[in-house]
Structure formats: structure tokens, C-alpha cells
Design a protein around this ligand. Structure first.
Ligand code: FAD
Length: 312
């Protein structure tokens, strides 16, 4: 159970969000994948591991294990599907699972520093006392060197797992459905532009896509397939657009500006967010953090009238 989020500015100053009143669900990703696979198998899916998609054919797809005929191809290849489409929305990340006696259960830590983690941040997520995940991401950084430098500032640790993976921060792609190809999850840009978290929004993408495909297979009406994108955009479109704007804003800030913004965050603001909001970098909370006690002035000086759009 995560009870606090401690958010640090480049100069080391921090504010704390109490999340005791919020429902924080910790997901064991490998277990979740297995559960979903089991449900799919029980409903008739044939699962093939170590089989990779290679290309579309007239009748279906070519894979490393031969051709498969299909009426619809669902592209759920994650960020790897986007690498050839648009590299500008991709950041490198590294996440280590470690054992360390300085990890205390209950408090997530987030570190902003535009020089060390440009356009992103470093994170510490304890899963238990002495155990947790540490990560870094940023534009154009060497993630191995960055994460190891970060860890060196914290104390002794033992690494039990290392993940190096690209993350997508540019929001949804233009078309989720392209003739008989239906794109879902990270492959469709369905991860949050602020944190690249995509378990929920990508999962919902999969759900809406499945519903639309089953309707289409009965009706043969292409508009039934299009329903998928409409539904996803109705649920996530506006929040993701705002998050994209926040991202553009933060990308322009240097460490000095971030330090100044942190100075204007009062205990009243963090208390209000703790009590009312689901923090997790939703724009409602960010507006509160940025918008009170003069920081609007700071931001307006930096970017002028553009900020008004974000507040509306
Ligand atoms: C370090 C890190 C930490 C994260 N932490 C969080 C978090 O705490 N909360 C959260 O909500 N999100 C988090 N995310 C984001 C989250 O992992 C993704 O949004 C989510 O996994 C997207 O699911 P997906 O199924 O679309 O893609 P993926 O989980 O990337 O799955 C894509 C799958 O497609 C397979 N594949 C790729 N190419 C082919 C091919 N040619 N043929 C066949 N298969 C292929 C891959 O092997 C992979 O299994 C994190 C991401 C990273 C990198």
C-alpha cells in the first residue's frame, strides 16, 4: 500500500502528497499478464509464445512460425510498433528491481531534474521494506549510467532484475484502425503523456477494441470497428490532450524554473490534493500545484497566453 508520494525539485526541496485516502492498487505485472492469458485461453484463444509477427499478407499475417489466416490483425506490439512511425515521441528508460535496506514500504519518491532526466524524472517505488523498483527516463540520456549514478547517491543495494525499455510520451496515434489492422495499447500511443503509465488506459483500449471487433465480425459494418477509437477518445482523449500540454510546458522549464515553482507550493495545496484528487500526475492536481500563489504569473511569463488553454 502506497501512502505517500514525495516529489523532489532539482535543488532537493520536496513536497509530500498523502495518498492514504486514495485507492492505490499495486499490480504484479507478470501475474496480470498470466491472468489475462488464462481468460483468453478459456474463451478459445490459441496462444503461441516465441512467435513474432513479421508482415501482413493478403489472407492474414506472416510470423516467424509460418502464415496465419485472419480477418482482423490486432497490433499490440507495444512501443516497438511505433519506432518506425515516429521516434520523436520515444524516451529511453531503465528500471531496476533491487533489494536495499534504505527502501521503506509506503512512500513513492519522484525526482525532477531537467539536466539528469530531461523531459521526465527518476522514481523510487518500494514494494516492501527493503525491496522495490528504481527507474529513470529522459530524452537523449544514457540510461545505464544515469540509473547507476542515481543509485550511488542512495546507498548499498543488490540488483535482482534490470529492464531497459523505450517509453512513448506523445499520446494517441491518429488512427487506431487501418482497414483490417486494429492497433491497441502502447502501439496505439495509449500510455499517459506525463508518466508513460499505460496499464489501465491500454487495457481499456484492448477491451474497447475486442468489443468493436466482435461486433464487426457479426455485422461486417466497418463503422462498428471505428467505434473503438471513438469510445477510447471519449474516455481518455481530453485528459491525454491536457497531459500533452503539461508535458510541452514542463519540457520548456529549466531547473531554476522548477525550483521556483516548488517554492510556491504551500501545505494547503498539497493537503487539498491529498484529500480530493487521485494525484498520479492528473492535470487537475497539476493545475492546483502550478496555479496557486503566483506561480501562474511565472508560467505566463514563460509561455504567455498558451497557458490559458490548459486551464479551460
Ligand atoms: C520501466 C517501465 C515501467 C512502467 N511502469 C508502469 C506502471 O507502474 N504503471 C503503468 O500503468 N504503466 C507502466 N509502464 C507502462 C506499461 O508497461 C505499458 O503502458 C503497458 O505495458 C502497455 O501494454 P501493451 O500490451 O500495449 O505493450 P507491452 O506490455 O509492451 O507488450 C507488447 C508485447 O508485444 C510483444 N511483441 C513486440 N513485437 C512483437 C512482434 N513482432 N511479434 C509478436 N510480439 C511482439 C512484446 O514482446 C511484448 O510482449 C511502465 C513501462 C516501463 C518501460
Amino acid at each position: 500500500m502506497i501512502e505517500f508520494a514525495e516529489v523532489y525539485a532539482p535543488n532537493g526541496k520536496s513536497f509530500s502528497i498523502n495518498s492514504k485516502k486514495q485507492k492505490v492498487v499495486e499490480i504484479n505485472r507478470r501475474e496480470l499478464d498470466k491472468q489475462i492469458a488464462h481468460q483468453a485461453q478459456k474463451n478459445g484463444a490459441i496462444i503461441k509464445v516465441r512467435t513474432s509477427f513479421q508482415e501482413l499478407t493478403n489472407k492474414g499475417v506472416r510470423t516467424s512460425e509460418g502464415e496465419v489466416e485472419c480477418k482482423i490483425f490486432v497490433d499490440a506490439r507495444g512501443v516497438s510498433s511505433l519506432i518506425h512511425k515516429d521516434r520523436t515521441g520515444i524516451l529511453s528508460s531503465a528500471q531496476y528491481e533491487i533489494y536495499a535496506n534504505w527502501l521503506k514500504k509506503g512512500t513513492v519518491e519522484i525526482f525532477f531534474d531537467q539536466e539528469k532526466y530531461p523531459g521526465f524524472f527518476a522514481w523510487v517505488i518500494p514494494s516492501d521494506n527493503g525491496k522495490g523498483k528504481i527507474g529513470v527516463a529522459g530524452k537523449g540520456i544514457g540510461v545505464t549510467e544515469t540509473i547507476e549514478k542515481f543509485l550511488a547517491t542512495r546507498g548499498d543495494y543488490s540488483t535482482i532484475r534490470k529492464i531497459y525499455a523505450p517509453i512513448w510520451i506523445k499520446g494517441p496515434i491518429k488512427k487506431f484502425v487501418d482497414e483490417k489492422t486494429v492497433i491497441v495499447g502502447d502501439a496505439a500511443g495509449q500510455a499517459k503523456p506525463t508518466t508513460a503509465g499505460g496499464i489501465y488506459s491500454s487495457g481499456m483500449g484492448g477491451l474497447y477494441a475486442g468489443q468493436a471487433i466482435s461486433k464487426f465480425l457479426e455485422s461486417k459494418d466497418p463503422s462498428d470497428l471505428e467505434e473503438y477509437q471513438k469510445k477510447w477518445m471519449e474516455k481518455f482523449g481530453s485528459e491525454f490532450e491536457k497531459q500533452l500540454f503539461v508535458r510541452k510546458l514542463l519540457e520548456r522549464f529549466n531547473n531554476n524554473t522548477i525550483n521556483k515553482l516548488f517554492e510556491s507550493i504551500t501545505p494547503e495545496i498539497t493537503k487539498e490534493i491529498s484529500e480530493k484528487d487521485d494525484f498520479d500526475f492528473h492535470t487537475g492536481s497539476i493545475v492546483k500545484l502550478l496555479g496557486i500563489k503566483g506561480s501562474i504569473k511565472t508560467i505566463q511569463t514563460i509561455i504567455g497566453g498558451e497557458f490559458k488553454k490548459f486551464l479551460s
